[in-house]
Design a protein around this ligand. Sequence first.
Ligand SMILES: [Zn+2]
Length: 310
Amino acid sequence: MEEKSLDFLFNNVSLYTKERFEIFKLEEDEYHLNKEEFEKFKKYIGINKEKIITYCHKCKKEFPFNIQVKYIDFMTDINFTTENMIITESFANGVAGRVDVKKGNIWGAMPPYKKEKLYNNKIWYIEYLFECTNNSQHRYLMMISIELKDGCFIVRKIGQNPSMLTIKGFDFDKYKNILEKLNAYDDYKKADLSNADHFFVGAYAYLRRIFEKLILFYLGEAKLDDNHMDTKINFVKDKFDPRIRGLLKNLYGILSKSIHELDEDESKEYYIYLKTVIDMQLEYMNTEEEKEKQSKRLGKILNEIAGLIQ
Ligand SMILES: [Zn+2]
């Protein structure tokens, strides 16, 4: 599995998601350092890292971003060269155990630690400022918390601005007129929002609802033999973009599965599929509407000309 870096934390992790690192493992009443987990933790919070790569929503392109970091509730040494997380009580006249998050090492009292010496339920915060290397005015902000609990460091993204949605750049209003006719504008927005937050089951559920509304819109007052989805789809299939018509049978197979049967991966896959179909259809409706307007305009002009030459 790929190790999660600060790039991943910024680009792919949704707000309030926790990541646990079991840095100290309890064995016979002593906490022992798990070096591998410690390395993973350092990578995740970006110790010694100078840049991340992310999409700049102003440059409309991926760029490296410089990283500036602000530490909150850390202990700064007298020369401001280090930032420490104090993780143990002081004991045996020595300095308490601490993690230097600038150098990425542990110093002072060294592990293993007696169970009662390692702190529990302590919390620190780090604020990151990311600056686009193409234009230093383009800045992103992210805030995380690090909690020490039962020997684990729990890292949680607690803030991000602008939101992932702005960074990834969604264009909700492109099909606003049509979506409002279907009474599906909110569903469309929520589907994208859920997807941006990696909540795929929810995102897919919203898309299904849009698709159902689309079918209802085309059905209008029509009376059908039964109420099955395939009967409905069959009845309105001519209203779809010709490129979609052939896919509708497959689509029905997907739609007939209950949301509760789907796991995250399936939901994600179906989301992408259904999103493509819906966007294609919205585009098609847009074009058809334009053609209609155009032909009305032309019809009016032709009438006027006919009036002139009578
Ligand atoms: Zn930029």
